[in-house]
Ligand binder design. Structure first.
Ligand code: DAH
Length: 344
């Protein structure tokens, strides 16, 4: 029996050489030390031993069991160590690696200017409204007092989608939409920023798509002086407290009287330079008193209410404010250009 026990241990040692997985080790443990394992099998024969032999064999059996258990446990620990080692290797962090640079985005200069203009008018009690870029002929022209054969429609070459639907050529249609929404309520004070589209050839000062901000105020007793005061306030907040404005008579079908507004030249402060063609003034927007027909079509009685409106090009304001020389910079999204605005 002694020999069988020693042979068993040799056998375990041999087989252990081949064990490469924890599963195999477990199987080995059960095969030799388990309840139905080989060691138990041998020990069952103890009953037939003599009383002298029994304690001797018992001792050998305990030794063999102990040493098998030891080797198996050692192997088990080796597995755990190897696993830990493997995990540590896999999770190794190289603290000497340089960090990844996080580049933060910036608000586009056009959006910045729009936000700034919005802030100025919100400060004066205006609401901000928006309208669709794909617009009906009715809102874009008809309800703004430009009937089908009106020659003023030639002023704007438009992108038509169907005979009655086009890309809006101005933000003025939002005036009409707002009047309809307000259902004759006053005071009505809105600005409407958004994209507009015209069939222009792109160059340094023209683009087939650009941005406008429209303004509309309707109430009782709204006068031209309210318009002028509002625009002066806007210009002072946008360009500086010393800037002046002047109104030149003009024509728009939806306003009467109409005016074009100039601001003190941002380059020469009014002295006269190449930028302002020696006039000391730069044109920035169109405006006027809302035409009675437009008020009427929008649901306001022109005998009771009056209003003013204005419309400006955002790109033009941005060019002047930041001294940019080409409108195309706004659309090509050259990061070197855009980055100059991220902390302004
Ligand atoms: N919509 C005009 C344009 O695109 C600008 C304009 C002029 C808007 C006078 C107005 C206004 O509201 O009263 O050129």
């Amino acid at each position: 029996m002694k020999e069988r026990l020693h042979a068993l241990r040799e056998n375990v040692l041999d087989l252990l050489q081949e064990v490469i997985t924890e599963q195999q080790l477990n199987d080995l443990r059960i095969k030799f030390l388990g309840k139905k394992g080989e060691l138990t099998e041998i020990l069952r024969g103890m009953g037939s031993l003599s009383a002298e032999e029994r304690p001797i064999i018992g001792q050998v059996a305990n030794e063999v069991r102990g040493s098998i258990e030891n080797i198996i446990n050692e192997k088990q620990e080796a597995f755990v160590r190897a696993q830990t080692e493997h995990r540590l290797q896999a999770e190794l962090i190289d603290v000497t690696l340089p960090g990844r640079k996080l580049t933060s985005g910036a608000i586009h200069p056009l959006n910045k200017v729009i936000q700034e203009i919005e802030d100025v008018f919100i400060g004066m009690g205006y609401q901000v409204a928006e309208g669709p870029e794909v617009e009906s002929d009715y809102y874009n022209f008809e309800a703004l007092n430009l009937p089908k054969n009106h020659p003023a429609r030639d002023m704007q070459d438009s992108f038509y989608i169907t005979e009655d639907i086009l890309m809006r050529t101005q933000t003025s249609p939002v005036q009409v939409r707002t009047m309809e929404l307000m259902k004759g309520e006053v005071p009505l004070k809105v600005i409407c920023p958004g994209r507009v589209y015209r069939r222009d050839d792109d160059d340094a000062t023209h683009s087939f798509m650009f941005h406008q901000i429209e303004g509309l105020v309707i109430d009782k007793n709204i006068r031209m002086s309210d318009l002028k005061g509002t625009l002066l306030q806007f210009v002072n907040e946008m360009f500086g407290p010393h800037m002046q404005i002047r109104l030149r008579p003009s024509f728009f079908p939806f306003t009467e009287p109409s005016a074009e507004v100039d601001v003190t030249c941002v380059q020469c402060a009014g002295k006269g330079c190449r930028m302002c063609k020696q006039t000391g003034w730069l044109e920035i927007l169109g405006c006027g008193m809302v035409h009675p027909r437009v008020l009427e079509m929008g649901g306001y009685d022109p005998e009771v209410y009056s209003g003013f409106a204005f419309g400006m090009g955002v790109e033009r304001i941005a060019l002047l404010k930041y001294g940019i020389d080409d409108i195309r910079h706004f659309y090509t999204n050259d990061v070197r250009f855009l980055q100059q605005f991220d902390r302004m």
